[in-house]
Design a protein around this ligand. Structure first.
Ligand code: HEC
Length: 164
């Protein structure tokens, strides 16, 4: 009788510990977010507001400029692609399945953001700032007819499904 009670308590204690370490291990994965916004950067307003619309428009405009400077030489002025480079703007652009040398799958805009930040411009990978990559992608998506509901960043890009 006593032995059973002791085992029961031991099991409970184990379960308790397991639960604790589980929740403990999920915390770090969600942690990076808080240290991202700097004190002088207020949260981005949603695009449904006038401020939000202006913020998205400004980002797209910056992206257009950066695209012209860093990407159009290879991908074409309108992102239509060239003989040896894939299109990056348009209905058929950025297909989900790997294309040519690309091994990454493009399910969401965040997948594309990660890919371009690592590999593009092809002759200078990682050469742009984080903001510039987001802006260029915001421009490419907008031009492709995608309606952005807020300024594009890693978090919002993860919610934009490009290819089901
Ligand atoms: C020097 C030429 C060159 C420049 C500049 C360049 N790219 Fe590329 N890009 C390529 C080539 C070539 C590929 C095909 C994959 C490969 O060969 O790595 C590609 C692939 C891509 C893809 C994947 C398309 C797909 O569907 O697979 C994206 C997205 C992309 N580039 C975006 C950009 C962006 C954004 C810029 C500017 C910041 C840029 N590229 C600048 C040559 C270039």
């Amino acid at each position: 009788m006593l032995a059973r009670t002791v085992i029961g308590i031991a099991v409970l204690a184990l379960v308790g510990c397991g639960g604790k370490s589980d929740s403990g291990s999920t915390t770090p994965t969600t942690k990076p977010a808080p240290d991202k916004p700097t004190p002088d950067t207020p949260p981005d307003p949603p695009a449904s507001t006038a401020d939000g619309k202006a913020a998205v428009a400004a980002q797209v405009k910056a992206g257009e400029k950066s695209y012209a400077e860093n990407c159009s030489g290879c991908h074409g002025d309108n992102g239509q692609g060239k003989k040896k480079t894939p299109a990056v703007i348009g209905d058929a652009a950025l297909p989900k399945d790997p294309l040519g040398k690309r091994k990454a799958t493009f399910g969401t805009a965040a997948d594309v953001l990660t890919y371009i930040a690592k590999t593009m411009p092809k002759d200078d990978p990682g050469g742009l700032s984080k903001d510039d990559y987001a802006a260029v992608l915001a421009f490419m998506l907008t031009k492709s007819g995608k309606q952005l509901t807020g300024k594009l960043d890693e978090a919002s890009a993860a919610k934009i499904v490009l290819n089901e």
